[in-house]
Design a protein around this ligand. Structure first.
Ligand SMILES: [Zn+2]
Ligand SMILES: [Zn+2]
Length: 247
């Protein structure tokens, strides 16, 4: 399985980085985890084909994590001329929020009939969401976004990874990341603790409790990007746009 970091930045373009998006592929399928406004730009830069994506999972309903769906659907319809189905799985209210954003940015765009079957589903902390042989589990995190904000875990045969989404530290991340090949954690700040985001000074204290083979830091703000040299744990990697990881 290969994970490509399409966008590793925060919502504000810090360091010239693109907004959150990960592309995951194995021989059977490919899917995205989060789809920030810059997702298509990042895919193009990384040489990844949007037409090959079967599903898009969204952690929470902030624009730097889901608004790329607006451009994605227009691209699928008019550029790719997509015919294969697309599954979008997000928190409660994902379809309504997508339609509101799409109508604000491209009025009338959601009224046209699509060439492809677009299906919205919701993940929940009550039960895992199953898609083919992939199981997506969600935990509640601390990050107000007008809808439930979730950390997500993906279990596939023989492989697993997890993603904190945006959040301050919550103990639910310990179970989420237990035994995974890769845990991706947001690390917006360095040593000033922001509301509803994680600082490295907090995360490094929690590392012994995170039972993941590797940990990838993402969603770094300006302050954290200026201090990545302080990350000296051999399990912890600092993401870059376009970076690929095999696991
Ligand atoms: Zn957010
Ligand atoms: Zn964010």
């Amino acid at each position: 399985m290969k994970l490509t970091v399409v966008g590793s930045g925060d919502a504000f373009g810090s360091g010239g980085r693109l907004q959150t998006c990960f592309h995951v592929a194995n021989s059977e399928r490919s899917f995205l985890v989060d789809c920030g406004a810059t997702a298509l730009i990042g895919m193009e830069r990384a040489g990844l084909d949007p037409a090959g994506v079967d599903a898009i999972f969204i952690s929470h309903l902030h624009g730097d994590h889901f608004s790329g769906l607006v451009w994605w659907m227009l691209h699928a319809q008019h550029v790719v001329k997509r015919e294969k189905p697309l599954l979008v799985v997000g928190p409660r209210g994902i379809e309504a929020r997508y339609r509101t954003a799409a109508e604000a940015l491209f009025p009338g765009s959601t009224e046209k009939s699509l060439r492809f079957d677009l299906k919205f589903e919701e993940h929940s902390t009550d039960r895992p969401y199953e898609w083919q042989d992939l199981v997506c589990s969600a935990v509640e995190v601390s990050h107000p976004s007008g809808a439930p904000a979730h950390g997500l875990r993906f279990d596939l045969p023989g492989r697993s990874f997890s993603f904190s989404g945006d959040t301050e530290w919550v103990d639910g991340l310990i179970g989420l990341a237990d035994g995974v090949d890769l845990h991706i954690n947001e690390c917006f700040a360095f040593d000033t603790i922001p509301n509803f985001h994680t600082a490295w000074s907090v995360l490094k204290e929690k590392l012994p409790r995170l039972n993941a083979k590797r940990i990838l830091l993402t969603h770094m703000g300006r302050d954290m990007l200026a201090n990545t040299d302080a990350v000296d744990d051999p399990r912890v990697l600092v993401s870059e746009d376009g970076m690929g990881l095999e696991f």
